[in-house]
Design a protein around this ligand. Structure first.
Ligand SMILES: [Zn+2]
Length: 276
């Protein structure tokens, strides 16, 4: 797997990617996982990080421990989102440490998490949807947003930035963003009703760049660019946004892809923690 703008890292058999711009700050431990290097079997092979998909809990736990060891974060403090393709954002504090996974959680219906708590890792899950990593290196705050097509239409990226501004007094010009591997323009085909939702929420000019009509009454949609537009609208500098060049469906030998497998798949995780 080759990427022009992400770092592909390997720890024993475990393969994951990071954003160089985030690594350079020295402020966070972070990764977006692949499906390689874990202990799960069958169509969860091998690094499934989704509980409640039918995989054995102890395999998923073991997979998390492998990832946490690799990037040096505390497994017992992971805080999980509860993703429902909406646009609600939860402000995580130290007292949330350990919520989610197999431990249960009162964090419900939250597709994005933000925090300024040190050593509290945020976790969101994927298999084609768009992961948005956010880091304010000045106010020392982070966020991760889960943007499927519904979240993208609801501008969850922009709303997560706005929540960081409101909560941590972040200046959007300071914020670094990373759009991690997910389904690309090459593979994200939708029906007319979905394309219409984009047309309602993005400008005509933006739609010219993110929607392409095909001959079969289907449309290709560029979720990466759509999410980048929402981040620019939130005030981020273009140079501070890294957009992946890895499509999960094209690279379904390396990433879990919902569309490539008709849903018979494990889950990838976007994980990030502020370090002391
Ligand atoms: Zn593709």
């Amino acid at each position: 797997m080759n990427s022009n703008n992400l770092l592909v890292k390997k720890e024993k058999d475990l393969l994951y990617v990071t954003f160089p711009a985030f690594d350079k700050t020295g402020l966070v431990a972070h990764c977006f996982t692949t499906k390689l290097g874990g202990v799960s079997e069958g169509y969860f092979s091998t690094l499934n990080l989704g509980f409640n998909r039918g995989d054995a809990n102890n395999n998923v736990e073991q997979n998390y421990k492998l990832v946490c060891d690799a990037i040096d974060i505390d497994y017992n403090k992971l805080v999980f989102s509860h993703q429902v393709h909406e646009d609600k954002i939860y402000v995580v504090s130290s007292s949330d440490a350990g919520k989610g996974g197999i431990h249960g959680t009162d964090i419900k219906n939250m597709d994005a998490l933000i925090t300024n708590a040190i050593n509290i890792p945020l976790v969101t899950l994927y298999a084609d949807c768009v992961p948005i990593f956010l880091l304010d290196p000045v106010k020392k705050a982070i966020g991760i947003a889960h943007a499927g097509w519904r979240g993208t239409v609801k501008h969850i990226g922009k709303k997560t930035v706005q929540k960081m501004i409101e909560t941590y007094q972040s200046n959007p010009k300071d914020i670094l963003a990373g759009i991690a591997p997910s389904i690309g323009f090459c593979c994200f085909e939708v029906s007319e009703d979905v394309a219409e939702e984009f047309k309602k929420k993005f400008t005509k000019e933006q739609c010219k760049e993110i929607i392409e009509e095909k001959s079969n009454n289907k449309y290709m949609v560029d979720l990466w660019k759509a999410n980048k537009f929402t981040l620019l609208e939130a005030g981020l500098e273009e140079d501070n946004i890294t957009v992946t060049d890895l499509c999960t469906k094209c690279n379904s030998d390396i990433f879990f892809s919902h569309r490539a497998t008709d849903g018979k798949r494990g889950s990838l995780a976007a994980i990030m923690a502020l370090q002391d």
